[in-house]
Design a protein around this ligand. Structure first.
Ligand SMILES: CC(C)(COP(=O)(O)OP(=O)(O)OC[C@H]1O[C@@H](n2cnc3c(N)ncnc32)[C@H](O)[C@@H]1OP(=O)(O)O)[C@@H](O)C(=O)NCCC(=O)NCCS
Length: 286
């Protein structure tokens, strides 16, 4: 698909913050609960937060041509030694449906990466995404080179927006180590880990609740795990709700057990005739 080059600018005034809010409401639907209120957006954007918007000449007039935004703020966490370390916490990324698959989401994340590195406080960004969303999985893991070892059950409680209604808000927290070789390879569109089929263990897709207690082999010969994910995810379609709940339970069990066993989530790839799978590796390349 042909790519577009957008003008990406920081958002600092209240009119542009209101446009960000409106764009968020169009993307997530529901009552707009998913989008931060304007005073909070402005306060964060003027105090070390990074709120960037992408503009195109044919973007909607109501939004002043804005077609997407990315938003995050400085944060900290404890490392494995209990030390406090700085990071940037990315809260939201959105591109209007009409302008997707044209490289704008990637441009926004790369602009966010540049802005965080320019602040000079950290070279690490984390955020969460819904493991049921295949598009986000491919975007994050393959295009950006994130990894994950953290599964958070019901991270945000019940949300009423179009993507979440009727489902628990389980999320994967991802690590984007901005200057790591993995991220530089992803940005340069170079291949990552070599998937050897000899060492690959493929978990079967769930058919009933009984398949949702997933056993992850501890046999050392399996250094790569492939865990399937659903093709289509539409939480608004009531016909799909029970199927999505099944996949939610299955992925929760498979990914949590894999992390507990020492695997790192490092890809989302299509296996021949088997659809897309999460790829988890015992020792991924950094
Ligand atoms: C996720 C989102 C921001 C991606 O924005 P986008 O502008 O469409 O992304 P890009 O065009 O830069 O895509 C970059 C790559 O990501 C992958 N990708 C993006 N959308 C995809 C999809 N629907 N299916 C499969 N792969 C996809 C592709 O590899 C794509 O490269 P390609 O088009 O050359 O194949 C957009 O879909 C969105 O706003 N979704 C709703 C909000 C949301 O879920 N935000 C959270 C994001 S973690």
């Amino acid at each position: 698909m042909s790519k577009l080059l957008s003008d990406i600018r920081p958002v600092l005034d209240h009119t542009s913050c209101e446009q960000v809010q409106l764009l968020g409401k169009w993307v997530w639907g529901g009552t707009g609960e998913a989008v931060a209120p304007t005073p909070l957006l402005i306060t964060l954007a003027k105090n070390g937060g990074i709120l960037l918007a992408a503009y195109l000449p044919d973007g909607p007039d109501e939004l002043g041509g804005m077609v997407g935004f990315v938003f995050g703020f400085p944060a900290y966490e404890r490392d494995i030694d209990g030390q406090t370390v700085a990071k940037h916490c990315s809260h939201q990324l959105a591109v209007l449906p009409k302008f997707r698959r044209k490289g704008l989401g990637l441009q926004l994340k790369l602009a966010q990466r540049d802005a965080v590195l320019a602040q000079g406080m950290t070279d690490r960004i984390t955020w969460t995404f819904d493991p049921l969303q295949r598009a986000n999985a491919i975007f994050n893991l393959e295009s950006l080179g994130v990894t994950s070892q953290t599964y958070i059950k019901n991270a945000y409680g019940d949300l009423d927006d179009d993507l979440n209604i009727g489902l628990t808000t389980d999320r994967l927290q991802v690590d984007w180590n901005l200057t790591s070789p993995r991220v530089l390879r992803a940005i340069a569109k170079q291949s990552q880990d070599n998937l050897s089929h000899e060492n690959l263990y493929i978990v079967s897709a769930p058919e009933t609740d009984r398949d949702c207690n997933v056993h992850i082999p501890t046999d050392e010969k399996y250094v790569i795990l492939a865990v399937p994910l659903p093709n289509k995810t539409d939480a608004r379609a009531t016909s799909e709700q029970s199927n999505l709940c099944l996949w939610r339970q299955f992925l929760g069990s498979a990914l949590t057990s894999a992390f507990d066993t020492g695997y790192t989530l490092s890809g989302c790839q299509e296996l021949p005739n088997m659809g897309h799978h999460y790829i988890l590796i015992a020792n991924p390349k950094t």
